[in-house]
Write a protein that binds this ligand. Structure first.
Ligand SMILES: [Zn+2]
Ligand SMILES: [Zn+2]
Length: 369
């Protein structure tokens, strides 16, 4: 079991053999947190301006979705101004056979998030610190620099890279041996993400770090039941760790193809903003197709957008208090200069639409409170 309890959230973890068992472990932190807030939520129901977004309402009658949650979801959709929701796809209603009800994540509205968020930037503690763990070659080091720049643009906070630390601690075994299968021969060890946080990151947490994010080229796992994990993050300790190794074809001994470097960067950006989102208290998004969606495999990760949806964006906006126009501009420049053409064009459109969104009551409330 996870010795760190419900505050730790191993996510995006490939697990075998039983999905139900995986899901319980993978999302336990979210469920715990949201249940604790259920009563408070009753008196803090959405205060955002109700601009009805009729096309995004879900039909009742799906046996897998609790009627109260359905109502809550539709209330949230109705609170998002149409220009803000444009370009985002609502999450489909859960189908019978998806997660068992006891293991589902409760929707985290902005109001629930405000009550749950533990960490916000202060004058003394506002830097996103990337901590390389283990060796990086020149190409991988360049990816790390790109990620630092991406973190600064995405969160509108200072970001820096610490000096690398080894993937070892005297007296502790931080990995397990795994069969190679289709893996490249250098990946016969898989590191315990929780152990890396406990043994390396938490003891060295820099004073100015709002978030301290270990990045490694080693493969990770989250707990004994998980086959692998893209990343593991803590809700309670401001630390997380994630791996870049599975983003490259060499991991499974495939040859490089044109565009693979951009694909690797895109995947790394998604997992960085996802894990860092968890560290800021944002749970898996159940409202829209969004970078905060839960994903269990590389194809699922690839199908997930790099962007935060309007709901998750408002959480970040409330937490950090950035200028959205400045942020969208910085992201557009980052995507354009790093070959992420589709994302660059998409965010340029969002930048334009935000001009009309910014005048609405809902955004003013988000920024003011
Ligand atoms: Zn996650
Ligand atoms: Zn979202």
């Amino acid at each position: 079991m996870n010795r760190w309890g419900p505050g730790f959230l191993p996510c995006s973890a490939g697990v075998s053999p039983a999905p139900a068992r995986m899901s319980c472990r993978a999302i336990g932190g979210c469920v715990h947190q949201c249940r604790a807030l259920a009563l408070l939520f009753c008196v803090s129901l959405c205060v955002l301006a109700p601009l009805l977004h009729a096309t995004q309402r879900r039909a009742p009658g799906d046996a897998a979705e609790d009627p109260a949650e359905l109502e809550l979801r539709n209330h949230v959709y109705a609170s998002i101004p149409a220009p803000d929701a444009k370009g985002f796809q609502p999450m489909p209603a859960p189908k019978p056979g998806d997660l068992p009800a006891a293991q589902k994540e409760s929707p985290q509205t902005l109001e629930r998030y405000r009550l749950a968020a533990r960490f916000r930037p202060t004058d003394e503690r506002r830097t996103i610190v990337l901590q390389p763990l283990g060796p990086f070659d020149a190409e991988q080091a360049k990816l790390l620099e790109d990620l630092r720049d991406y973190a600064a643009a995405f969160f509108q906070l200072p970001a820096r890279i610490e000096k690398p630390l080894p993937l070892e601690v005297a007296g502790s075994k931080l990995y397990r041996n795994v069969p190679l299968g289709h893996r490249h021969g250098t990946y016969d060890k898989q590191y315990d993400g929780n152990a890396l946080m406990r043994e390396i990151l938490i003891p060295q947490l820099p004073k100015d770090a709002l978030l301290y994010l270990g990045v490694t080229m080693a493969d990770l796992y989250a707990d004994a039941a998980s086959e692998f994990a893209f990343g593991v993050a803590s809700f309670t300790r401001r630390v997380g760790v994630y791996s870049l190794c599975r983003y490259y074809p060499e991991f499974t001994e495939m040859r490089r193809s044109p565009g693979d470097d951009v694909k690797a960067l895109r995947r790394a950006c998604k997992v960085l903003n996802h894990e860092a989102g968890h560290m800021l208290g944002i749970t898996h998004c159940t409202f829209y197709r969004c970078s905060m969606n839960y994903s269990i495999s590389l194809p699922e990760l690839d199908a997930t957008p790099v962007h935060y949806c309007p709901v998750c964006h408002r959480k970040l906006l409330w937490n950090i208090g950035f200028d959205p126009l400045k942020r969208f501009t910085a992201l557009q420049e980052f995507y354009a200069t790093h070959g992420m053409t589709e994302e660059s064009e998409w965010i340029a459109g969002r930048l334009q639409r935000w001009q009309s969104v910014v005048a609405t009551e809902s955004v003013r409330k988000t920024q003011d409170e």
